[in-house]
Design a protein around this ligand. Sequence first.
Ligand SMILES: Nc1ncnc2c1ncn2[C@@H]1O[C@H](COP(=O)(O)OP(=O)(O)OP(=O)(O)O)[C@@H](O)[C@H]1O
Length: 233
Amino acid sequence: MRVHQLTRAFGRVQALDGVEWTAQPGQVTCLLGPNGAGKTTTVEIAEGLQHADSGTVEVLGTDPWRASAEHRARVGVMLQDGGLPQSVKPLALLHHLARFYAAPADVEALVTELDINDFAGTTVRRLSGGQRQRVALAAALVGRPDVLFLDEPTAGLDPHVRRTVWELIARTAREGATVVVTTHSFEEAERLADHLVIMARGRTVAEGTPAQVAGGETLESAYFALTDRRETP
Ligand SMILES: Nc1ncnc2c1ncn2[C@@H]1O[C@H](COP(=O)(O)OP(=O)(O)OP(=O)(O)O)[C@@H](O)[C@H]1O
């Protein structure tokens, strides 16, 4: 996927001001940046959920805003708030979603790997935040997507589950998917990213391998140097 010179304004707020980055198949691309940097707006444009004022976005060779159902079936999305229906049970939901795809993932294997079994029959409304997140991740993976967008996939997860989720994300990329992970965690970016993009104030301020972006510093100090609000006019 590639975004090129994207702009998007909401009234007087210039959310995107010429954003430019790429994400390759077989790699995890991590997107870091302060609150309000424009990460969610960029990703929602790439998902086809909103459109840019100007610039181009290409996902699997297609403009996602005009994409067909076939294109959308190749894209997996995990939203920050889960976006799950509240009154269904996880196992039934995942089996239901699997029926929309010609070659879905093995639901039982996903449920076991993400340790969903203990609450597979509890309605979503009654699940803890972390349990809901695991179901949302399974729902994003069930169609075996070629492109996978994950918004803070491990925020609030306990360390065991977080490790499992990292392994699952890395494996999904190794199997050939283009994986884009939005995060505020340096640890997550360092563990996961093959490719790293830092956004600030609606622009891309760094892009490359984690080592290139860090430039001999820690990722944390490079991030603060690149995004420091005190340098903003
Ligand atoms: N629908 C909207 N209406 C008005 N302003 C919006 C809308 N969506 C986003 N914005 C504004 O655009 C800017 C970028 O927001 P965005 O959600 O893309 O940031 P973000 O980098 O994802 O932040 P966070 O880390 O907090 O999730 C912010 O100033 C936000 O207030």
